[in-house]
Design a protein around this ligand. Structure first.
Ligand code: SF4
Length: 467
């Protein structure tokens, strides 16, 4: 911890904004966990703090633009004296370090994805600079290396989500070679954390109020392959299923070619593991799967989904598709729509292909025009909206356990939450009402309640509290 700042000094307020995915959010929590709470006051108010820390994302064009726009905004706040220091972290810097240093000279410090254990040194150096923070003449603090960092349960975290649901990274990096993806270039090769270390962390999070733990990584199905030569996600889930206080374990980012019978059976059998399976497929046309180097064929994908549905009755399958990948024809796209109509995924996201420098697909010919990508995106989303509404309407009259996430601040005071079929931030919500009980039942975020679905929209449900 930083001991350089005089005790008498007013705590330094540190604003943190974490862009991108849950993996980056965990990194942001770890970075804040390194700051001594006696000397640093964490705030999410980025417009009025001493030091603003921005954790960036870069995996597709849109995410890159959002990160760059935010840096520009924060630089303007610094010029206006609203913030004194600016620290930029993460994937965008790891990928474009030279460009960012040249473009944003007002930034006080840059850290790559492998450098988070250096945050203390950075803050103490910043603190020691005469005016606490550099004038433009001083060189920024730069820390970048190969993305080899893997955290452990010893690393404290400051929660950036409500405490009742927490993300846990079981691994870092990725060994796959999807031709559209730049992530391995700035997150490195796959590295798994040992089972005992993940168990220890989740025991700590349970003591700290976690009821739901969401396991994440670039590819969670690859878990343990680097440690044991085998996929050991089922073994991990068995151990985590024993932890008191945790009610739900949710697994994100399974990779279709790695998902095997043992994993599907573990999700089916272990009571705390949600009947929820997140498995990005990206496409279904054989031509596209080959061009994307996904390492899985169409018929294997179809067999896998049948096996999942047979083994886990009532499972919610989440997936994502890319439309407009180089060379995608109308026929390929129609094949994708047909697959969506036949499979009726419970949860689904669509991305338009983002031409990324440094990726094989970025140099491919037959790039699809933006307007065609847009048109395909709209058609696929419209189809999924219809499918999702019909799927949800079949749930009317059924009872579910709901994890309460919060209360509406629109004056209605309605509580909302999620069923085990809904991951935070990406899936639907369940809005709770109680006709028989008190208008505002004595429930709070983190409580589990029993509710009966009374209405269904495309993505969200309404449910009556029954217990
Ligand atoms: S699995 Fe493919 S898409 Fe996902 S991070 Fe790895 S290379 Fe990228």
């Amino acid at each position: 911890m930083i001991k350089t700042i005089a005790k008498s000094q007013k705590p330094i307020s540190v604003g943190m904004l974490s862009l991108g995915c849950p993996k980056t959010l965990v990194d942001s929590e770890l970075v804040l966990g390194k700051l001594n709470p006696d000397q640093f006051k964490i705030t999410t108010n980025m417009t009025d703090c001493d030091v603003a820390v921005l954790n960036t994302c870069t995996f597709i064009q849109e995410a890159k633009q959002e990160s760059i726009d935010k840096i520009i905004e924060l630089v303007e706040l610094k010029k206006a004296g609203r913030i004194k220091g600016l620290v930029v972290l993460g994937c965008l810097f790891q990928r474009y370090s030279k460009t960012l240093q040249k473009e944003f000279r007002e930034v006080d410090a840059f850290l790559g994805t492998g450098e988070y254990d250096k945050i203390e040194t950075v803050f103490s150096e910043l603190a020691q600079r005469k005016k606490l923070y550099k004038t433009n003449s001083q060189k920024p603090i730069i820390s970048i290396g190969s993305p080899g960092y893997v955290y452990s349960a010893e690393n404290p975290r400051v929660a950036l989500t409500p405490k009742h649901f927490r993300y846990v990274k079981i691994s870092e990096g990725c060994d796959h070679i999807c031709t559209f993806c730049s992530i391995p270039s700035f997150r490195g090769k796959h590295r798994s954390r040992p089972i005992h270390d993940i168990v220890k962390e989740i025991e700590q999070l349970a003591e700290d109020g976690a009821r739901e733990v969401i396991l994440t990584g670039q590819d969670t199905s690859f878990y343990g392959r680097d440690l044991t030569g085998k996929y050991i996600l089922p073994e991990l889930l068995k151990e985590l299923n024993k932890i008191d206080g945790i009610e739900w374990l949710r697994v994100l980012y399974l990779y279709p070619s790695c998902v095997n019978e043992a994993m599907i059976q573990a999700i089916a059998d272990l009571p705390k593991v949600c009947n929820y399976l997140d498995m990005p497929l990206q496409h279904i046309s054989e031509r596209m799967l080959l061009a994307m180097k996904r390492g899985v064929a169409k018929d294997r994908t179809l067999r896998l989904i049948n096996q999942i549905r047979k083994t886990i009755p009532g499972v919610a399958i989440r997936t994502t598709f890319i439309v407009g990948f180089p060379g995608e024809t109308d026929r390929d796209f129609d094949e994708l729509l047909e697959f969506m109509s036949d499979t009726r995924f419970e949860r689904l996201g669509i991305f338009t292909y983002s031409q990324e420098d440094g990726t094989p697909a970025g140099d491919m010919g037959e790039q699809v025009p933006e307007e065609v990508k847009r048109e395909r995106f709209d058609r696929a989303m419209q189809l999924q909206q219809t499918i999702s509404r019909k799927n949800n309407q079949k749930l009317i009259g059924r009872d579910f356990n709901i994890l309460v996430d919060g209360q509406s601040d629109d004056g209605s005071g309605i509580f909302y939450g999620r069923s085990e079929m809904d991951a935070p931030d990406v899936d639907g919500m369940v809005y709770l009402h109680s006709t028989k009980g008190p208008k505002h039942p004595k429930i709070k975020p983190g409580d589990f309640v029993r509710a009966r679905v009374t209405d269904a929209k495309e993505y969200d449900l309404t449910a009556e509290l029954i217990k």
